[in-house]
Write a protein that binds this ligand. Structure first.
Ligand code: GLV
Ligand code: MN
Ligand code: MN
Length: 404
């Protein structure tokens, strides 16, 4: 069988549309993401791939050798969950391209020299449980199982409860060193999330590194009170402290060239028009190529948060939720990809990926496909059909190359 990347993506275009923002909201283990997982399993089965869901909820679709030996397997894959109101390509492009790459190879009568698998990782975005790449972190042991299981979503449902509700036994989760050590290389194809390829007249790039990044929760506590009866002079309003801090973040980040600092999510408690909030949570995302600078930016923001909290008669506490150091992809693997794709430029990325987590355990690499808008985590993210096909072809070439 043979499909195009565009036709595969159009077959899921209705799943998880975000009617408020546009784009897609496909949180892990929501109805939308479960629909996508079922879609992937059906597509894999149409191709006679052997599908299994491991105890961390990762879906594996195997193109086995006649011998059944999976030693040194070549794995490609990505994710199907999205950020709120995300684009159509972040995650699904890598999955659809992997399916099409297998079609290309089969159409050409080529059989890889080692087992080949497509992996679908759950909760790459961390948009439901707060920690990005949760599936690959569990798989590799990069997060303690007890911590992962106790994470809760906005409705208070724990990751353990939700996993269990979708048929994944939380008691069995955790590192899978046997499987990990059987992987020869992992290659993730992903939409480019910046503008690197736009002026280079090339559809596909090879990834060199992922910027170090982390997430911190800042909790401001004040005095909840009445909006009409509490004079402006008698307030302890944590939303004022939080908003002053947020306004100061660009100038702090700009002091450190290359730093990116963002608050994209704020939750006032209880959140009423006529209620002075009693508490505000603000989530901070900081990234920089030098991990020491990331940590300096976070401490400067923390100090500033304390000053603003004090000014408002409030308190603030800061909790690190995740921290991933800068990752340089395996240099030998990258050189072999460069030899296979001599036209492809080499680009770094500021976005996190499961390949960045796997890289500490398995030689890993990434391919990026041109995004003409340069915009991502937004409905404006885009990939031209011809570039998507070029990406899948190059992925197929790479999967056939001797890259182990
Ligand atoms: C995921 O896309 C991230 O970079 O946060
Ligand atoms: Mn992604
Ligand atoms: Mn993303």
């Amino acid at each position: 069988m043979s499909s195009s990347v565009a036709s595969l993506l159009s077959s899921i275009a209705d799943v998880g549309q975000d009617t408020m923002r546009g784009g897609y909201s496909r949180p892990v283990y929501s109805i939308a993401e479960l629909d996508l997982r079922s879609w992937f399993i059906a597509e894999a089965e149409k191709r006679a791939l052997e599908v299994e869901i491991d105890y961390n909820g990762i879906i594996w679709a195997w193109w086995d050798l006649p011998s059944g030996d999976r030693t040194g397997a070549l794995v490609t894959g990505s994710h199907l969950d999205s950020v709120p109101g995300g684009g159509a390509f972040d995650g699904p492009l890598g999955i659809a391209s992997a399916l099409v790459a297998i079609d290309f190879l089969r159409d050409q009568g080529r059989q890889p020299e080692q087992a080949l698998a497509i992996a679908v990782f759950p909760e790459e975005e961390g948009s439901r449980y707060g920690i990005a790449c949760l599936g690959s972190r569990l798989f590799t042991g990069a997060i303690p199982k007890s911590r992962a299981l106790s994470l809760t979503d906005e409705s208070g449902t724990s990751f353990a409860e939700q996993s269990s509700a979708v048929g994944i036994d939380p008691s069995r989760m955790g590192p899978d060193f046997e499987r990990l050590s059987s992987i020869g290389a992992f290659i993730e194809l992903h939409v480019e999330q910046g503008r690197g390829l736009i002026d280079l007249e090339q559809p596909v790039a090879i990834g060199s590194s992922i910027l170090g990044h982390g997430r911190w929760r800042l909790r401001f506590d004040g005095q909840g009170n009445h909006a009409g009866t509490t004079l402006m002079t008698g307030r302890r309003d944590p939303l004022i402290a939080a908003s002053a801090l947020i306004s100061s973040i660009p100038s702090i980040a700009l002091d450190h060239p290359g730093a990116r600092a963002t608050v994209g999510r704020v939750e006032p408690i209880p959140g009423g028009t006529n209620v002075i909030a009693s508490q505000v949570d603000a989530w901070l995302d900081v990234r920089h190529p030098d991990d020491a600078v990331t940590s300096l930016v976070v401490s400067r923001i923390t100090e500033r948060a304390q000053e603003y909290a004090l000014e408002q008669g409030c308190t603030v506490s800061v909790r690190e939720e995740s921290l991933s150091p800068t990752v340089g992809f395996d240099i030998d693997l990258r050189r072999r990809l460069e030899a296979e794709l001599p036209q492809a430029p080499v680009l770094e990325t500021g976005a996190g990926h499961d390949a960045g987590i796997l890289a500490a355990y398995v030689p890993s690499a990434m391919l990026f496909v041109r995004n003409p808008t340069g915009i991502s985590h937004s409905p404006e993210e885009h990939v031209e059909d011809s570039d998507a096909e070029a990406g899948a072809t190059k992925l197929a070439d790479v999967l056939m190359a001797d890259i182990r």
